[in-house]
Design a protein around this ligand. Structure first.
Ligand SMILES: Cc1cc2nc3c(=O)[nH]c(=O)nc-3n(C[C@H](O)[C@H](O)[C@H](O)COP(=O)(O)OP(=O)(O)OC[C@H]3O[C@@H](n4cnc5c(N)ncnc54)[C@H](O)[C@@H]3O)c2cc1C
Length: 450
């Protein structure tokens, strides 16, 4: 069946909505975009969102696909691994991968969003209406929109890229029932800033993602181009050592001196900044279905918000754009296109949602375990011996955009069981019979077929 309409309305001009608008317009579809906020190119950034993000292979592939990677590339800061800070202030670099290109990139959310919006408006001529809040979507496919004055808009289809708190997702849940769940993590986050040493010069090594793992919680820092770092504390909301327990300047001071003594001298007015900045919420959104026939489709965080511990929410949202762009190009009806998109991507979204939750424990705790380091070293050895067959799970997720997340999760579980078995009685990689390990990996891991 041929597509009925060559016009779509995208709700949300965040990272996903603006990139998708560019891709669809490039294939000749009429696109209009409604965005609740003011134009980020002329208004102050909205507080309460992460200031910078880690961009990796899936996101880069999508930006290349849309023809705008060159504009973003010059603003990226490469991070080659995790720089772990222990309680005594000692640091250790744990490389992400073993090939030169296996690194991730810190990028400013606001800058990236501005580039995408600019490219959508100026290069593609897309009309983005700012200051337009979508408040409802009814069973007949009508949008209720307000910019202070309420109006009703009819557009088929509507693509909802309105983020984790999506109003369209909630409307679809109420009208047709899409099996949406929103599971909040009992931990939140707070962002702080480590200012530059001098203009443009970082106080810490800018070539890695810094982590202060402390078991039940952690601090991380990503570099920014101006010489500053964005520091994020991930902490339980309640209980001992929680946001609730840090009520006074003295509580904050004692907490940081106890757990992060090397950070204290890097931030002037630490307690003041801590009190002034909000605590953000974290959670996972899952749905049974992402579309209502050909009327509406959820994409990006609106469909599948995940916790940020694998740095994949935006990358996954960008992967959605590439996949949907390819499917829509086939010229099938919107309903068929949305169904095909969901069929392929829903298992991947669920897989990375699980892996992101697991990665919180790895980042805040497991990275300190000598067995973890041994497993990592062994997995690099096996990858060298069996390239394209044994690939560490972290690398499959971050550097192998051709491997779907669901396959990375499945193969990652097989590999984890194998590694656990091989390191059980070993303390160093020299104690492991690598030929036998390779044979076992060959036996248990089917060749990759992506
Ligand atoms: C602390 C933190 C750190 C993160 N780090 C990373 C990382 O390192 N790497 C990574 O890949 N991902 C990361 N993420 C995830 C990433 O931020 C999201 O996955 C990404 O922003 C999703 O893009 P989106 O366009 O779907 O949603 P959003 O970026 O939330 O955009 C939604 C847009 O819709 C607009 N909107 C909302 N409601 C309405 C409405 N009713 N009407 C009209 N417009 C509306 C909003 O104003 C916004 O512009 C992180 C998230 C957090 C919270």
């Amino acid at each position: 069946m041929a597509r009925k309409s060559g016009q779509v309305t995208i709700v949300g001009a965040g990272l996903c909505g603006s990139l998708l608008a560019i891709m669809l317009k490039k294939q000749g579809i009429g696109v209009s975009v409604l965005e609740r906020r003011g134009d980020p190119r002329t208004s102050a950034p909205v507080a309460g969102r992460s200031i910078n993000l880690a961009l990796s292979a899936r996101g880069i592939r999508a930006l290349r696909h849309a023809g705008i990677f060159a504009k973003v590339e010059e603003r990226l800061i490469p991070m080659r691994g995790r720089i772990i800070h222990d309680e005594r202030g000692a640091t250790e670099l744990q490389r992400y991968g073993q090939r030169e290109h296996e690194q991730i990139y810190s990028v400013s959310r606001a800058e990236l969003n501005r580039i995408l919006i600019d490219s959508a408006e100026h290069d593609q001529g897309i009309a983005i209406e700012f200051g337009q809040e979508v408040r409802g979507f009814d069973a007949a496919g009508a949008l209720s929109v307000s910019n202070g004055v309420d109006r009703t808009l009819r557009s088929e289809p509507v693509i909802a890229a309105d983020g984790a708190g999506s109003s369209i997702r909630r409307a679809l849940e109420d009208t047709v029932g899409i099996g949406a769940t929103e599971a909040l993590l009992p931990h939140g986050y707070k962002e702080l800033c480590i200012p530059p040493r001098t203009a443009g010069r970082h106080q810490l090594d800018p070539g890695g993602l810094h982590i202060w793992p402390r078991g039940g919680f952690m601090l991380i820092a990503l570099p920014n181009p101006g010489g500053d770092f964005t520091l994020t504390l991930f902490l339980p909301n309640e209980g001992k050592d929680s946001f609730a327990s840090l009520g006074t300047a003295s509580d904050i001071d004692v907490f940081f001196r106890r757990y992060f003594p090397d950070v204290v001298p890097l931030i002037p007015n630490l307690a003041e900044a801590f009190v002034a900045n909000p605590v953000g919420i974290l959670g996972t959104v899952r749905c049974r279905t992402w579309h209502d026939g050909g009327k509406a489709l959820l994409v990006g965080d609106a469909a599948h918000a995940i916790v940020p511990f694998h740095g994949q929410g935006m990358n996954l949202a960008f992967e959605d754009c590439v996949l949907l762009d390819r499917i829509v190009r086939d010229g099938r009806s919107w309903e068929e296109s949305f169904g095909a998109f969901e069929e392929q991507q829903l298992p991947n979204a669920n897989a990375i949602a699980d892996m992101a939750l697991e990665n919180y424990v790895e980042m805040r705790d497991t990275v300190r375990d000598p067995k973890y380091k041994l497993r990592k070293e062994l997995s690099f050895q096996l990858e060298r011996r069996l390239p394209g067959r044994f690939i560490p799970r972290y690398s499959m997720v971050m550097f192998h955009e051709e491997i779907p997340f669901s396959i990375a999760q499945y193969r990652g579980a097989l590999q984890q069981a194998l590694l656990d078995e091989l390191v059980r009685d070993a303390h160093a990689v020299e104690e492991i019979d690598l030929d036998a390990a390779e044979a076992l990996a060959r036996e248990r891991l089917p060749p990759l077929n992506t």
